[in-house]
Design a protein around this ligand. Structure first.
Ligand SMILES: Nc1ncnc2c1ncn2[C@@H]1O[C@H](COP(=O)(O)OP(=O)(O)OP(=O)(O)O)[C@@H](O)[C@H]1O
Length: 701
């Protein structure tokens, strides 16, 4: 399984392999090529598949043999993960972080009777991780591991004290593209399959110079590497949709970040909830990634002893304070030197470390009569033990660590002349072009939302309302002009409400994914925004078109194709404006409850102020109608339906009246149609601009 082990065994055959891509032409790429053979031919598929193979009949086996032969004929693969393109040395010095307490008396660290308004979550934590090293952060739940990891990834909001540098430089927008961050909660699109998720990630993350096929190939390699082949075509799933298992989902998250070919990879509990074999497989992969010149940091809960031995360094936290930082193999010696020799029950050093970090020393050999100054006499005083461990760290390990940090600063500068020669190299451009980002995001959005957009329920909702209203207004005719005007008003209101409430969900629902991907600098906000707008269009326009077609002709409106088409155009215009308002409200508030409440109030105001229900609105509040897109839509609909000099039957015995004399139409006024179109156009652009800038403010730059 360990890829770098395979590398040594198969390098001898590189000379014979055909070189399929341009990328293979130079020396660097020929080393990628070496690895490709390993991955393509030597990677053992996941265990389940091997077992399945054994159970399959000869026909299946023959098919697989054919596939293998086919594979041998196809171009040999290479892996971008073979080597980090720009190794990064991460240093963190005396990192501190506090949170403000919202409620009084919630302080679990301070024993003071006067609770402080803030609580230290991290307290002067330091360390260095060089390319090629795998650092594990251990500590009890709540000890600050995730907080530190998030700080190191440059994603922690608020003020962080101390210093965090990457090759001696502070966090920058170019650095964020070199960091892979796997959070504890898997943020993935539930309706995409494993293969689709990783392929879209490859399209967005891998550099322009790779072709589409090469990017797909990289996604395939990751699938093989993480043992996801069996579930490659299963939906990822989420809280409301059953998909792949939790462990598989975690591996998909890791795979996504591996596709950045990160220089620095940070993982928050990547093995949680996994069986020990899969956990080991993941740590082996992390180790391999580290050996490819990356700095890898992972938090981990209770690693088994065989996992523990794979870590190069360990950082142990206890209530935000470090109690050990150093080589994983020296941990027992260190704690032995300060008076905590592990007893025979501690086969796993991680168990021993976690007990100590909790202030528990139940099974140590303290009967050796050696004096350890300061060591608490009573093993049941957890706070005293923790304090002793923290002060021992400060006395014994911290000075050497400071030295190491200092030395690393000088080495990092020497090892990275590119930075000195051309600091601007660091401000690199986007990995992919705007157009490619747009295309990928559009395709991904369409796939992810097709279930929602084309949901039978939604179609049923619109169709049933259209048929019902067609029946209610059945062949109304101008003789009942008031009813006809009512139908036009209903058009403007229904197609104001419906798109508005659908659009409100767009950004709040996608926020976690957007935050994650924007933090990694995957794409421009504008490419995402346009892809979203365009992706929503088909369904936003198809449903009202069907609705209007059915209801217009059933409702007996003017039987003129031109009038029908104009009516349809006005309603589609209204739909786009209303959708824009929904997007803006969603982006500003980013809270579904607040957004739906506010929009229902707004729509109610628009409904009342549009001029259909109340025709004598007091002048001091009459301006409200100018805020209402429904008012302009209603006015335009009436304007195209009736002409100024048109007559209609207004009484018994064939009495005819002017349309303009009808009180509702007279009050509305059907002059100045151009003004209404202009008002809607301003709203169409304005709401979308507001939504865009609100998103910019809300999301990481
Ligand atoms: N934004 C926040 N608001 C309130 N408390 C916070 C916040 N961020 C961190 N904390 C607190 O800081 C402490 C450290 O949290 P953190 O998530 O870093 O711990 P952890 O070691 O990763 O825990 P676990 O292993 O359970 O994930 C916890 O007590 C947590 O409640």
């Amino acid at each position: 399984m360990m890829p770098h082990d395979r590398e040594t065994t198969s390098s001898s055959i590189t000379g014979n392999c055909p070189c399929p891509t341009n990328a293979c032409k130079d020396n660097i790429n020929s080393s990628l090529h070496i690895h490709s053979i390993n991955l393509a031919s030597n990677v053992s598929p996941c265990l389940e598949e091997e077992e399945e193979d054994q159970m399959q009949g000869p026909h299946e086996t023959r098919r697989q043999q054919q596939q293998q032969q086919q594979q041998q004929k196809t171009p040999v693969r290479f892996s971008i993960l073979r080597q980090s393109l720009r190794p990064v040395t991460l240093k963190f010095e005396d990192v501190g972080y506090s949170i403000t307490l919202k409620q009084r008396g919630g302080n679990c660290i301070s024993s003071s009777s006067h609770p402080k308004p803030s609580r230290a979550v991290l307290n002067r934590v330091s360390g260095v991780v060089r390319p090629g090293e795998l650092l594990a952060m251990l500590g009890p739940s709540g000890s600050g591991k995730t907080t530190l990891l998030t700080a190191l990834a440059g994603r922690l909001p608020g003020k962080i004290s101390g210093k965090i540098t990457y090759n001696g430089l502070p966090f920058s927008s170019s650095m964020k593209r070199k960091i892979g961050f796997v959070s504890q909660d898997d943020v993935l699109y539930p309706h995409l399959t494993v293969f689709e998720t990783l392929t879209y990630a490859a399209f967005l993350r891998l550099p322009k110079k790779l072709t589409r096929e090469e990017k797909i190939e990289q996604a395939e390699l990751i699938i093989m590497e993480l043992g996801l082949n069996r579930c490659r075509n299963s939906m990822v799933g989420g809280p409301l949709l059953r998909g792949v298992s939790g462990g598989e989902r975690k591996r998909v998250s890791i795979g996504q970040e591996m596709l950045v070919n990160p220089s620095l990879l940070l993982l928050d509990e990547p093995t949680s909830g996994l069986d020990s074999t899969t956990a080991q497989r993941i740590v082996v992969t992390l180790r391999w990634l580290a050996k490819g010149g990356r700095a890898v940091i992972t938090t981990i809960h209770q690693p088994s002893s065989r996992l523990y031995t794979m870590f190069d360094k360990v950082l142990v936290l206890s209530e935000g304070c470090p109690i050990y930082y150093g080589k994983s193999g020296l941990v027992m010696d260190y704690f032995g030197s300060i008076g905590y020799m592990p007893g025979f029950n501690y086969v796993n050093p991680a168990d021993f470390l976690l007990d100590l970090a909790n202030g528990v020393v139940p099974d140590t050999r303290q009967d050796d009569q050696t004096e350890f100054p300061g060591r608490p006499e009573h093993n049941d005083d957890k706070n005293a033990i923790r304090q002793f461990l923290v002060s021992s760290y400060k006395k014994n390990l911290y000075p050497a660590l400071k030295d190491e940090i200092c030395r690393t600063s000088i080495q990092a500068l020497a090892a990275d002349p590119a930075r000195v020669a051309s600091p601007r190299n660091y401000d690199n451009q986007w990995t992919t072009s705007w157009w490619l980002q747009f295309k990928v995001l559009l395709s991904r959005g369409l796939k992810e939302r097709k279930h929602e957009s084309y949901s039978g329920l939604r179609i049923f909702q619109v169709m049933s309302v259209s048929i019902l209203s067609g029946l209610l207004w059945w062949h109304s005719g101008t003789i009942h002009i008031q009813d006809q005007v009512g139908l036009l008003f209903f058009f403007s209101i229904f197609w104001g409400f419906f798109p508005l409430f659908n659009a409100i969900f767009a950004f709040p629902q996608e926020q976690p994914m957007l935050k994650r991907e924007r933090s990694s600098g995957l794409y421009r906000l504008s490419s995402y925004y346009f892809a979203r707008m365009v992706g929503d269009l088909p369904m936003e326009l198809v449903l009202p078109t069907i609705f209007v077609t059915v209801t217009y002709w059933m409702g007996g409106l003017k039987p003129s194709l031109t009038t029908f088409l104009l009516t349809l155009l006005i309603i589609l215009f209204n739909v786009l404006v209303s959708q824009g308002l929904g997007l803006a409200l969603g982006a500003i508030l980013m809270d579904l409850k607040q957004a739906t409440t506010l929009s229902s109030v707004m729509m109610l105001v628009f409904l009342l102020a549009s001029g259909y229900y109340i025709q004598h609105i007091p002048p001091f509040i009459a301006w409200l109608k100018y805020m209402s897109f429904s008012h302009f839509c209603y006015k335009l609909l009436v304007g195209v339906q009736y002409s100024e000099n048109e007559l209609y039957e207004c009484g018994a015995g064939g009495v005819r009246c002017r349309v303009m004399d009808n009180p509702a139409i007279e009050f509305l006024g059907i002059d100045d149609m151009g003004g209404s179109v202009a008002a809607l156009a301003v709203m169409l652009v304005g709401y979308r601009l507001i939504a865009y800038f609100a998103l910019r403010l809300r999301l990481p730059q």
